[in-house]
Design a protein around this ligand. Structure first.
Ligand code: SF4
Length: 123
């Protein structure tokens, strides 16, 4: 293991084991991953450090219903810096009832290639 300070410490979420991973750079600048109990932890940690992505879930009010909300999520993860701009786009949504589970409410949100979809049928 490198003597250089850890760049990051994170928990692998790919399986219930939840390995505590430590990311360091070796003397040549290559990333070293420690603490993983299987090979999946290495690309997971590298992506988390270099290109972190997140999914998100929230809810939006549905017009034409008595204060009902439709839960929504993204069809896939997006770069972390898009999370708050996408939440701002979702906050503008007021879909008309009925909203069907799986309905695309915003296609290709902010050009990410990811859709905002309803996860609950309302109305
Ligand atoms: S490194 Fe492997 S064993 Fe550890 S949490 Fe990730 S997927 Fe599971």
């Amino acid at each position: 293991m490198s003597d250089l300070p850890a760049l990051d410490r994170l928990t692998c979420v790919l399986c219930p084991v939840g390995c505590e991973l430590e990311v360091r750079r070796d003397a040549t600048g290559e990333l070293e991953i420690h603490g993983n109990q299987c090979d999946k932890g290495v690309p997971f940690a590298i992506e988390e450090v270099l290109h972190p992505k997140r999914n998100l879930a929230t809810s939006v009010p549905v017009r034409g219903t008595p204060a009902k909300m439709a839960s929504v999520r993204l069809s896939g993860p997006v770069p972390r810096e898009f999370v708050f701009p996408i939440l701002a786009e979702i906050a503008k949504l007021r879909p008309e009832a009925p909203v069907r589970r799986g309905q695309v409410l915003i296609a290709d949100v902010l050009g990410t290639g990811v859709d905002v979809i309803a996860t609950r049928t309302v109305g």
